[in-house]
Design a protein around this ligand. Sequence first.
Ligand SMILES: Nc1ncnc2c1ncn2[C@@H]1O[C@H](COP(=O)(O)OP(=O)(O)OP(=O)(O)O)[C@@H](O)[C@H]1O
Ligand SMILES: [Mg+2]
Length: 296
Amino acid sequence: MIKDQASKLRDLSKIKRLTDEHLHPVRRLAVTSGKGGVGKSNLSLNLGLAWQKLGRRTLLVDADTNLANIDILLGITPKYTLADAILRGAFIADVLVDGPEGLRILPAGSGVVEMVGLDDLVQDRLVRGLEELEKSRDLVLLDTGAGIHEGVVELAGGCDEVIFVTTPEPTAITDAYAAIKVISSRNAAIKPYLLVNQARSSEESEEVSRKICLVVENYLAIHLEPLGFLPLDPHVPQAVARQTPFLLAYPRCPASLNLMMIARRLLKLPPSNSGGTLFRQLFFRSRTHEPAGRTK
Ligand SMILES: Nc1ncnc2c1ncn2[C@@H]1O[C@H](COP(=O)(O)OP(=O)(O)OP(=O)(O)O)[C@@H](O)[C@H]1O
Ligand SMILES: [Mg+2]
């Protein structure tokens, strides 16, 4: 009798777990841009913190393989990166960093590039480890490098939703278009969003969003969802200098207020599943890391 009840309980908890996983699939979002230095890392880190504040368990993957710097924005020195898990057998759990507000951070580090040619068994072990880790999260947010390099395109294309960041500068706008074009052609099922950073006014941001969305619609037949903007705000560089995320250092500053709005907005938008295999993309990288060239 007791044995019967125990096995019933086990079945029930199994059903609950399977249902939970089905009902709450993790959302994988990448933050990327055509031009460098437009604010991706600051956005990713603070968006992750905003979601934690809103009760969503988030994993932030620092996947900028050239200049990983989420750790610098936080003033921390991670003991290990994903490269240590690959090359030196460190456990994924040891690579994970516990950030503020319960945000979990995975420093991919520049070693990721060296993972090409990794033994299949090691790859499988790591991918399974990462997928297991993902199960306890609601959102995975990936901070990528800039540009249309093969590595960036593969990583962003492995996500379900991609936030393209631009500033109002013409060069950033042109490069954002190139990134949208290349990443969407790699995986047509991704859901693309546009975020204008460092806008001087809401009018300026609306004008930039309208222009890009129109060109993307007309020339690429892609619906680009505008997310809004973060204002040009001196609190952001001040927070960078203090190595404290602006949302925590200055929670009432204009950038923080807009960021919270964008974080809420993204949670309300329906999630998407692009069929991308993000964690496999971390390992199955192309050997060439040459820029793919400008595509206009
Ligand atoms: N809304 C903002 N207002 C004022 N300054 C900003 C804003 N957003 C970012 N910055 C500044 O822009 C600089 C670049 O930001 P960040 O490192 O986040 O860009 P990035 O796109 O990740 O760069 P990279 O392409 O090198 O990875 C930082 O010094 C930051 O202070
Ligand atoms: Mg960055």
